[in-house]
Design a binder for this molecule. Structure first.
Ligand SMILES: NC(=O)c1ccc[n+]([C@@H]2O[C@H](COP(=O)([O-])OP(=O)(O)OC[C@H]3O[C@@H](n4cnc5c(N)ncnc54)[C@H](O)[C@@H]3O)[C@@H](O)[C@H]2O)c1
Length: 287
């Protein structure tokens, strides 16, 4: 039984679908504006088990309720995936708007703290696992979105604290650290990146392309499984080599580095959180 926060678009959607495909009962969480019901429907139609929990889980009551709801429906909790996050702007720090910073901290950091806090008692009962959405940006920082890199650095250190502190309950914690992934965030048409940003992220990735959400979900699946029973406190890069790279190494990528076709269908009407139109106080239309 798993909770996936931000589980209705991008990487989270792939995690929800991958976990359900492997037999997990999944609570798919997302903002009211996210296509949560679409994803639940598609999992159920494929023979899996999923229910939606539509709420802004940066709000204390909502996070507590998400865990309570999951336990009421599925009676136990084995996996919490702290995947929710936002990526609203690319701006140098002297120009970075303070309200965007607050929105980022709330949705990238507060969500993970609250969900972990409320899920731990149930995870201690099952000797479960908490997985965090880290990033190569949490290691190397991110120019033009320095607060975002900082929020991921928090995730890495927070995860390690949880791993050490919770080991005596049998609870594991790990972080998946993607490089540039093929979601709304990394395309100029759907997110705040410019064509220069797009070009740079491909050129600095040895595999010379974005990773697919499914390639990231595969590593989450491993870390959630018993196959990873001795893995805790670890940062797992899923980054096409970008963390290790120096220079414009992606120029050398050849056909052998092409993306796999994969087998998850991830199409729906609305993609990732790349502006501030989502959340309990957001002006955007709620579903
Ligand atoms: N896309 C990348 O290149 C990349 C790289 C490294 C790390 N990551 C991390 O992976 C995770 C997923 O990113 P993505 O690219 O799939 O983006 P995405 O926008 O498609 O997914 C994030 C989801 O979280 C939801 N969300 C955010 N705050 C929430 C809240 N308070 N309550 C409920 N739902 C909330 C968003 O609405 C969105 O559906 C993020 O944590 C991100 O930092 C992404």
């Amino acid at each position: 039984m798993a909770i996936v926060t931000g589980g209705a678009t991008g990487i989270g959607e792939a995690i929800s679908k991958k976990f359900a495909k492997e037999g997990a009962m999944v609570v798919v969480n997302g903002f009211p504006q996210d296509p949560v019901e679409d994803v639940v429907e598609s999992i159920v139609n494929a023979g899996g088990r999923a229910i939606g929990f539509v709420a802004d889980i940066s709000v204390e009551e909502n996070a507590r309720e998400c865990v309570r709801f999951a336990l009421e429906r599925f009676h136990k909790l084995n996996i919490l995936v702290n995947n929710a996050g936002v990526f609203p702007v690319m701006d140098e720090s002297q120009d970075y708007p303070v309200d965007v910073f607050d929105y980022l901290v709330k949705n990238n950091i507060r969500t993970a703290f609250l969900m972990t806090k409320f899920a731990l008692p149930a995870l201690q009962e099952t000797k479960g696992v908490v997985l965090f959405a880290g990033s190569e940006a949490g290691e190397k920082g991110l120019a033009e979105n320095a607060p975002y890199g900082g929020s991921k650095g928090f995730m890495h250190a927070f995860m390690k604290g949880i791993a050490v502190e919770q080991a005596h309950y049998g609870v594991r914690a790990n972080a998946v650290c993607p490089g540039p992934i093929d979601t709304a965030w990394t395309h100029k048409e759907t997110g705040p990146m410019s064509s220069k940003n797009e070009r740079e992220l491909i050129l600095s990735t040895p595999l010379g392309r974005r990773g697919t959400p499914e390639e990231v979900a595969n590593v989450y699946l491993f870390l959630a499984s018993d196959e990873a029973s001795y893995v805790t406190g670890a940062l797992f890069p899923v980054d096409g080599g970008i963390t290790a790279a120096k220079g414009a190494i992606g120029k050398l990528a050849k056909a052998q580095a092409e993306k796999p076709s994969g087998d998850l269908s991830l199409d729906h009407t609305l993609d990732g959180a790349t502006d501030m139109s989502r959340g309990a106080d957001a002006p955007g239309p709620a579903v």
